[in-house]
Design a binder for this molecule. Structure first.
Ligand code: 1PR
Length: 531
């Protein structure tokens, strides 16, 4: 069976393509408006902002054929923003009309108890039978979005499923053979692949799922466990996964080698990691567009790994040796096309914030603003590399201090967290509170909060740092650096409320399996995706 994919050149549709191939079908792109009508099966993975998607559909002459295909009830599957385009419009792009297949306006999440975007694994409550969900057993599915379609009397006939995130929203619509999901089946591991497989199967071979009476309670987003792979070339030029102690990755002069990136990522996927992050830790040195090995790592990983992938290191503008200038958006786009779902910005975020502080206002040209405008806030992670600076009293510095329970070497009772660039090599006159506040304003969607003092120590996360940041932003925060045992994850979720926790060393060295972390978290009564 040949499946047609509506790829309008924005973002990561590689994963959808890979998932379809993995399920034994061939896939080709829609080339003309006619293809939309004639395709046996059509998948529309919505990537980017509502306005950008509608504009592309318009430019390519796809609006009328899409409406016609839906009216003719031909097999159609929409993903994420594609579901939102079914509606009349969205708060994300005021004035831009949607396809108006379903009545209603898409809104932004606004419950202050829930970080926005919603990033992570949540359940769905099926409202009606669907043969795409024949084998679905209330497992978690992956969501990543700031906007949602509200339930209303006018659109009830379309609703397939709903999900709770502060408010109840539409997570699936279906009528006849036309379906669309707010979650990403291609990023939802084996469960998501099963749903996609049902869509790809001939209709006669599927059966309707009975509606489960057990799934009537509220759905709940899970905390995420992320495996992080710090990647760089070793002295022989091979790309390896390494791991530092307080960012020092050398052992007696040699770069520590803990494995191969693609193989390790595959292992973590099969062991139940909810997300995988690659950090190209020497990205600040290399020219990213020539850094083909990292692109290759992403392409190969996304063939077999069906959970979200983040890539960091070297996301910034640069001019290559031939004098060709690349914007940070060009660089990020290349990574998205290669299979990344999110990019993580380290040094360049620090420079962007310094520029805002210098000029007094955002200029619109920073990497964060550029990438967030085109791909949405959820695609932009800020990787923070802070270290503690101890002071005797808050008056000693202009930076935002905390009173610490872990005094400094001279008994100092206060500290502030200094931002660094170039993998901790250079400290700047900027504290984490300034950094994360302005990054959120510029359009970042998530904070990856490392800690140089804790990195590789196995002594647990730095709660004081995490609390300071968590109290500052309303976007999700990933705690990183220092995980040594399962109880560290339980503690960080309970004490700080972070949305995700990341570890590297304990997973690479097989000291603690991901399953042991998840067991401990479940036992503590914390919501997690069980695999
Ligand atoms: O500045 O945008 O080019 O990005 C460079 C990226 O590389 C940043 O995200 C920065 O954090 C990362 N990086 C640079 N140098 C190092 C290094 O280790 N020498 N690694 C480095 C950062 C920190 C974590 C680590 C956790 C968990 N690694 O991601 O995985 O601390 O470790 P643990 O569980 O073993 O304690 P740019």
């Amino acid at each position: 069976m040949n499946v047609k994919l509506l790829d309008y050149g924005a973002g990561n549709v590689r994963s959808v393509r890979n998932a379809i191939r993995k399920l034994g079908c061939s896939v080709s792109d829609v080339q003309t408006p006619d293809d939309i009508l004639t395709a046996e099966k059509l998948i529309f993975p919505g990537v980017g902002s509502f306005g950008m998607v509608m504009e592309r559909l318009h430019q390519m002459g796809y609006i009328e054929p899409l409406k016609k295909r839906i009216a003719l009830d031909k097999p159609f599957l929409g993903i994420c923003v594609a579901l939102q385009t079914f509606f009349d419009g969205s708060e994300e792009s005021p004035g831009v009309p949607g396809l108006s297949v379903i009545p209603g306006q898409v809104k932004k999440f606004s419950d202050k108890h829930f970080s926005v975007p919603q990033i992570g694994w949540n359940n769905i409550r099926l409202w009606k039978e669907s043969d795409l969900f024949e084998e679905y057993r209330d497992e978690k599915l992956y969501f990543v979005h700031s906007y949602y379609a509200p339930v209303s009397d006018l659109n009830k006939d379309w609703i397939l499923s709903v999900t709770d995130y502060g408010t109840e929203f539409i997570s699936g619509v279906e009528k006849g053979r036309v379906s669309a999901f707010q979650f990403h089946p291609e990023k939802s591991g084996a469960v998501g692949l099963k749903i996609l497989e049902k869509f790809l199967l001939p209709e006669g071979s599927r059966h309707k799922k009975e509606i489960s009476t057990t799934s009537s309670g509220k759905t709940c987003i899970s905390k995420r466990i992320i495996a992080c792979l710090d990647v760089r070339s070793n002295d022989n030029g091979d790309l390896i996964v390494t791991k530092g102690d307080q960012y020092d990755v050398r052992d007696e002069g040699d770069v520590r080698n803990l494995g191969k990136p693609v193989e390790l990522a595959k292992r973590y996927y099969s062991e139940g990691a909810d997300e995988i992050t690659f950090l190209n830790i020497t990205g600040f040195r290399d020219f990213p567009m020539q850094d083909q090995p990292m692109l290759e790592v992403l392409k190969r990983t996304s063939e077999n790994v069906f959970v979200p992938l983040t890539i960091g290191g070297g996301i910034r503008e640069f001019t290559d040796s031939n004098g060709i200038a690349y914007t940070s958006l060009d660089v990020a786009s290349e990574y998205f096309r290669s299979g990344a779902d999110k990019v993580s910005i380290g040094s360049d975020a620090v420079y962007a914030v310094e520029e805002v502080l210098r000029t007094g206002k955002p200029g619109g040209a920073s990497s964060i603003e550029q990438i967030s405008t085109v791909y949405g806030a959820q695609a932009v992670v800020i990787s923070v590399d802070p270290r503690r600076i101890y002071v005797k009293s808050p008056e000693e510095t202009t930076h935002k201090t905390i009173k610490t329970n872990f005094p400094g070497p001279k008994g100092e009772e206060y500290c502030w967290y200094q931002c660094t660039v170039k993998g901790g090599r250079e400290g700047r006159d900027l504290d984490v509170v300034q950094l994360v506040t302005i990054c959120e304003q510029l359009g970042a969607g998530e904070i990856l909060l490392n800690c140089i003092d804790k990195d590789g120590t196995n002594s647990g996360f730095d709660f004081e740092l995490i609390m300071q940041v968590k109290h500052t932003v309303s976007i999700p925060v990933i705690a990183s650096s220092g995980a040594g045992k399962p109880s560290h994850f339980v503690d960080v979720f309970k004490k700080t409320g972070v949305e995700a926790a990341l570890a590297a060393g304990i997973f690479h060295r097989r000291e603690v399996p991901i399953s042991a972390v998840k067991e401990a978290v479940v036992k503590a009564g914390i919501e997690i995706r069980e695999t």
